[in-house]
Ligand binder design. Structure first.
Ligand SMILES: Nc1ncnc2c1ncn2[C@@H]1O[C@H](COP(=O)(O)OP(=O)(O)O)[C@@H](O)[C@H]1O
Ligand SMILES: [Mg+2]
Length: 175
């Protein structure tokens, strides 16, 4: 029994820089637990989608309405008593403040630039400019001790990483 199970997770927000493996790990955890799964990236208002298609970086002003949608998804699950897993880069503490609520646990998939760059370069269709990765890493404010969170090292297989999430949250078989 790890102390982490005291987190009483009802909704997980799988966070981290682009390419860290959020979508992969989150989908696997949701599958393993039988919890709802959603991609935060799919919740952007149309105005943001248009901007991103045009290659224009989003500002924080653009992000608040999006984070409100993600927070709505989270609140809907908490209110209904339904468990869920949602991906959201949530790089800044101020972004997480919008998503935070009792029962919400942030799962930070943490990897360094070299690991992520190497991984992305091995995969066609996943091209990510080095500048984007660098700016994401520069923006990242890792969760602090006063935030309900787990940090998962991104340098293992998705199976190992998702198993660690389930175990550390005390959600595995025979808990
Ligand atoms: N633990 C892992 N080991 C190796 N490759 C991984 C791992 N996690 C994810 N990947 C691969 O890295 C790429 C980025 O993963 P993804 O889950 O899309 O990251 P994110 O959602 O954080 O942008 C994908 O091609 C994915 O298949
Ligand atoms: Mg993703």
């Amino acid at each position: 029994m790890s102390g982490d199970s005291a987190l009483d997770a009802r909704v997980l927000v799988v966070m981290g820089v682009s390419g860290s493996g959020k979508s992969t790990v989150a989908a696997m955890v949701a599958e393993q637990l039988g919890w709802d799964f959603a991609e935060g990236d799919a919740m952007h208002p149309q105005a943001n989608v248009d901007k991103m298609h045009a290659g224009t970086p989003l500002t924080d002003e653009d992000r608040w309405p999006w984070l409100d949608v993600v927070a709505g998804w989270i609140r809907g699950h908490l209110d209904a008593g339904t468990h869920g897993v949602v991906t959201c880069s949530a790089l800044k503490r101020s972004y997480r403040d919008v998503l935070r609520a009792p029962g919400v646990v942030f799962v930070h998939v943490a990897g360094d630039g070299a690991l992520i760059e190497q991984r992305m370069s091995q995969r066609s269709g996943h091209f990510m400019p080095t500048s984007l990765l660098q700016s994401q890493l520069a923006t990242l404010e890792p969760p602090r001790d006063d935030e309900a969170h787990l940090t998962i090292a991104a340098d293992r297989t998705p199976e190992e990483e998702s198993a660690e999430v389930v175990e550390r949250l005390g959600l595995g078989v025979g808990r």
